[in-house]
Design a protein around this ligand. Structure first.
Ligand code: COI
Length: 455
């Protein structure tokens, strides 16, 4: 089933505007020598274990060495993705969201920029500092501080990347075969996670060195952004509590409560992992399970609980999340794995207005989209229309009964899959149509897998 997507007049206008904007950046195509040099280099992929081992015995000297690794590694990883963007069909790269991402990456790689004013006062030679590729070698802790501020600026600026990419690629989905589109999105997202991990880990290591002014030892349970003894049950409970709290906080006509969550199995399971990644996945999966259950049963006080089974296997942490929300059967979805796809051919719901609308809002928001569960909760609250928002309720009559879905960006599951596979894990959806869904998450415990090859 191939659905054709018709380009409306206003979209054509937007395309023309994007073309005009893109024309001004097309000069880049003639200034590509530096880009080629960087894109020809291989990324130095790391494992979780390497990140922990290096960070555990941190000293000033090692911190500076790490800073220079991050400084030289990020432009290589960005250059690979800029080349990918340049290889897209013209009509795709012209799409507004895609052009925005291209400009952000190009600017991060190459363009000159002023440092934030807080830092300007420290700089003597020139207030003008350069982007990643041109960032000067870091020799001192003070220079590292500037580098961290610079990295944090990039992290904030790039918060809009995922919704823009997702919107752009959805709107031009008919120009790319599904395999090509999904492979492209996978490379973009894996690479983005990898760059953010490097940047955030380095900032966290720097914080611990400067705040303690001595080596960081991981006494408080983490090395940089990696929790060395991450308690899985605690993370499941935290995500459950945040979701339950949402129903109490909101003014919407939601049913009296959401299903409870029962945790069984190896409830003391612990492993070294990035807490934000685990909790992003668990939050999204529990949210889907709760939504499906509420949608199926409506306003009932004794909704069937969601069962979370934890397993600490020798080499991985396993988690099964079972709900009784009726399964994944829908006119749009032929196979559960289609839910991981960005193509409208595999998942026609990508073109639904109630996905595109919220996606556009997030694209326009200066804070874009982050990956901590608190930020997910906040965005969810912000997105949820009030019960007295008549126009919204008229367009979405199912909300009046309080059993409809909250607005969806529609990329949560696809992102969970990318997060799960990033260090070699897996995510599998099994639909028992008419009854419920079982989700199987496996995350490697030993930390020896390298980051995904797409970095
Ligand atoms: C991103 O978030 O897309 C990035 O590339 C961030 C990185 C430059 C620190």
């Amino acid at each position: 089933m191939i659905l054709r997507y018709k380009v409306s007049h206003s979209q054509r206008l937007a395309l023309c505007r994007a073309q005009a904007r893109f024309h001004s950046t097309s000069l880049h195509f003639y200034q590509n020598r530096q880009l080629e040099t960087y894109a020809a280099k291989e990324a130095q992929r790391l494992s979780l274990r390497q990140l922990v081992f290096y960070g555990r015995c941190m000293s000033e000297e090692r911190l500076i060495k790490n800073a220079n690794y991050v400084r030289t590694e990020l432009p290589v990883r960005i250059a690979h993705r800029i080349r990918d963007l340049q290889a897209l069909p013209y009509v795709v790269v012209m799409q507004e969201g895609v052009t925005k991402v291209y400009e952000l990456y190009w600017s991060a790689f190459e363009k000159y920029t002023y440092l934030p004013s807080a830092m300007n006062s420290d700089l003597t030679s020139a207030n003008l500092l350069t982007r990643l590729r041109r960032f000067p070698r870091i020799e001192t802790l003070e220079e590292n501080e500037r580098f961290c501020t610079f990295l944090q600026g990039l992290l904030d600026e790039h918060a809009v990347v995922i919704p823009n990419l997702s919107l752009g690629l959805t709107l031009t989905s008919q120009h790319l075969p599904p395999d090509q589109l999904d492979a492209f999105m996978r490379r973009m997202l894996v690479s983005r996670i990898s760059r953010r991990v490097l940047a955030e880990h380095h900032i966290a290591l720097s914080d611990s060195v400067s705040s303690r002014n001595r080596v960081t030892s991981g006494e408080d349970g983490h090395v940089g952004i990696i929790y060395t003894g991450l308690n899985v049950e605690k993370s499941v409970r935290r995500c459950t509590a945040l979701l339950h709290q949402l129903t109490h906080d909101s003014e919407d006509p939601w049913p009296s409560g959401w299903p409870g969550v029962i945790i069984e199995g190896h409830v003391h399971a612990q492993f070294a992992y990035i807490k934000e990644h685990l909790e992003y996945i668990v939050f999204e999966l529990l949210k889907n399970a709760m939504q499906a259950t509420v949608t199926k049963y409506g306003k009932k006080s004794d909704l069937p609980a969601i069962l979370v089974t934890l397993v600490a296997a020798p080499d991985c942490i396993g988690m099964r999340i079972s709900d009784q929300g009726g399964g994944l059967l829908s006119p749009y979805i032929r196979s559960p794995s289609d839910l991981f796809s960005f193509s409208h051919v595999r998942n026609a719901s990508r073109l639904e207005q109630d996905r595109l609308g919220p996606l556009r809002t997030v694209c326009a928001s200066p804070t874009g989209m982050r990956a901590t569960v608190e930020e997910l909760v906040q965005r969810w609250k912000d997105d949820w229309p009030r019960a007295d928002d008549e126009s919204y309720m008229q367009n979405n009559p199912e909300r009046k009964s309080g059993v409809g879905h909250r607005p969806r960006l529609g990329i949560g599951l696809a992102l969970c899959n990318i997060f799960a596979r990033y260090f070699g894990g897996s995510l599998e959806l099994v639909s028992l149509d008419g009854w419920g869904t079982d989700v199987y998450l496996r995350l490697p415990k030993l930390g020896t897998n390298l980051e995904g090859s797409e970095v």
